[in-house]
Write a new protein. Structure first.
Length: 253
């Protein structure tokens, strides 16, 4: 990262696809893991959320997705406050989430996984055969073998299927939690290319990644999360992985 990263202006709240304000969350009676995060994301961009192990990246996206209640703060999607909604209703409001693990059903085929993903989408506009065709056009490998069991797919193909299932909801915002985890370098590249195609199709992507280099290749902006707080927001082109260690481990940016 340059010493003085050129900061992009944040989108005005009314223009943000995803707008998080004062977000706090944690587990049970424990202290806050997410410690008051503000983030406004412009539409059709990729923001990579990076940071050291245990800094709260997964907890942050789980809270946005509604899997963990917010202790304070608000989450808005294209201007609509979704903070009080269940995870399923957030999907209907345009917010889709792909967890790090167990994100497809291994004993079902590609076709069955895609069908199941649409079962709970009644009420969401733009969901149907046209959206299914648009999504499969993004992932030709899946379209070519609908009868294959998801459990027989490679790790990268399984991630593509998980993305496809989430995209069937025609989301405005897609939350991805470490899609590169456990994948070989070649497959990581293919997975990142797929995420870039998703952005090109008009979707806003919040990408949690441990693989900083891979995330930087496709992200528009990067935010660094340390101990539950955002420590830096910068254009991806201004951030060099080698310079992040100091920030990750406590030195001021
Ligand atoms: N279900 C849970 N119950 C209690 N504490 C949890 C739970 N999940 C995570 N934590 C704790 O919350 C903190 C943040 O974890 P989180 O998984 O959000 O971090 P992370 O930045 O995504 O880490 P990593 O990069 O290793 O995936 C850690 O101290 C972790 O032990």
């Amino acid at each position: 990262m340059t010493s003085e990263p050129h900061l992009l202006p944040e989108p005005a709240p009314a223009d943000a696809a995803l707008h998080v304000t004062g977000l706090r969350s944690g587990y049970g009676r424990g202290g806050d893991i997410v410690c008051g995060i503000d983030l406004a994301q412009r539409p059709e961009s990729i923001i990579a959320v990076i940071g050291p192990n245990g800094s709260g990246k997964s907890t942050f996206v789980k809270t946005i997705a509604g899997l963990l209640p917010a202790r304070a703060g608000r989450v808005r999607v294209t201007g609509r406050d979704v903070t009080g909604l269940s995870p399923a209703n957030r999907v209907a409001a345009g917010l889709a989430y792909v967890p790090q693990e167990a994100n497809v059903f291994g004993t079902l085929t590609i076709r069955e996984n895609l069908k199941l993903a649409t079962e709970f989408l009644r009420g969401r506009a733009g969901v149907g055969p046209e959206q299914r065709a648009r999504v499969l056009a993004l992932f030709p490998e899946l379209a070519a073998r609908p009868g294959t069991l998801a459990g027989n797919l490679s790790g990268g193909q399984r991630q593509m299927l998980a993305f496809a299932c989430a995209l069937l909801a025609n989301p405005e915002v897609l939350l991805l939690d470490e899609p590169s985890a456990g994948l070989s370098p070649k497959i990581v590249s293919e997975t990142m290319e797929a995420i870039a195609r998703v952005r090109a199709a008009g979707v806003t992507v919040l990408l949690v990644e441990q693989n900083v280099s891979a995330a930087l290749r496709i992200a528009d902006e990067v935010v660094v999360l340390v101990a539950g707080a955002l420590r830096l927001r910068a254009p991806a082109g201004d951030v060099k992985p080698a310079d992040l260690a100091g920030l990750f481990f406590g030195r001021a940016a």
